[in-house]
Design a protein around this ligand. Structure first.
Ligand code: ADE
Ligand code: ZN
Ligand code: ZN
Length: 256
């Protein structure tokens, strides 16, 4: 009985806290990145990760979230850029944020003195965080916990704006991560190859900030469903595509 209650409580907590893209989104990003790696980068990854794919690596940061040993990384999943500011003029999380952590992981991978274990964790974190920072609500205003406090109904069920961007819209498609990867992995209208493969985090963060008006244009909070999905699905696809290509580009640059 007690076990059941605890189980339900844990399940409830997990469904309330929104982490990053859900598993499907993160894995699709990992898979897209794999499609864009150079031979050299693939070989280097194989030496560090063995048979662990980027799709698999990409969700590890969420798997260790309840492990106290990784409390130091709790604030690394997002960045805060208040309205009217840019990343550099904003105040940063004391323990680091996604922007800063991505830079740190790149340095670990480039440093010849890093151990294999350090590099393994850095790949897992990089694969996850490049995805997270492309979820527009992971670049928060600092006012509503990245939309977690914006309570809405999603297909008549209680949810919040953050959660439908992490997973609600993607799960609604009822596709596997490889199907999503295949659906998304081609240049979408109007993005140049240069932008798609940009490794400039200032560009990434600015894009997310510029998506805000569209993301917060929610109309009646009690009836979000197909219409919101219709207006935003191409953005979800573009963000997944860019995350994958950009993750690959970072790795290709490190292993030139
Ligand atoms: N907590 C505070 N801001 C957040 C954000 N933008 N995304 C996820 N969790 C957060
Ligand atoms: Zn995350
Ligand atoms: Zn999230």
């Amino acid at each position: 009985m007690m076990k059941n209650i605890i189980g339900v409580a844990i399940a409830l907590c997990m469904s309330i806290t929104a982490f990053g893209w859900g598993q499907t989104g993160h894995r699709a990003i990992g898979k897209i990145a794999e499609n864009h790696l150079t031979k050299k980068a693939k070989q280097a990854l194989k030496e560090i990760m063995g048979h662990e794919s980027l799709a698999e690596s990409s969700t590890w940061m969420d798997e260790v979230r309840s492990d106290n040993a990784y409390n130091f990384a709790k604030t690394w999943h997002y960045v805060t850029v208040p309205k009217g500011m840019d990343y550099h003029s904003a105040e940063h999380e004391e323990k680091g944020d996604a922007y800063e952590a991505i830079g740190r992981m790149k340095n670990i991978l480039k440093n010849v003195e890093s151990t294999k274990i350090e590099k393994m964790e850095a790949i897992r974190m990089l694969a996850h965080l490049v995805g997270d920072i492309h979820q527009p609500l992971h670049v928060g205003t600092g006012e509503d916990r990245g939309g977690n406090n914006v309570k809405i109904k999603w297909f008549y069920e209680d949810s919040n704006l953050h959660r439908i961007w992490d997973s609600g819209m993607i799960e609604e498609k009822k596709m596997s991560f490889s199907e999503i990867a295949e659906l998304v992995d081609h240049p979408s209208d109007g993005i140049s190859q240069e932008i798609a493969s940009s490794t400039d985090l200032d560009v990434w963060v600015k894009e997310a900030v510029e998506l805000r008006p569209q993301v917060y244009d929610i109309g009646d909070r009690d009836y979000l469903s197909y219409e919101y999905m219709y207006k935003n699905w191409s953005t979800v696809k573009t963000q997944l595509y860019k995350s994958g290509v950009r993750l690959a580009q970072i790795l290709n640059n490190i292993y030139e």
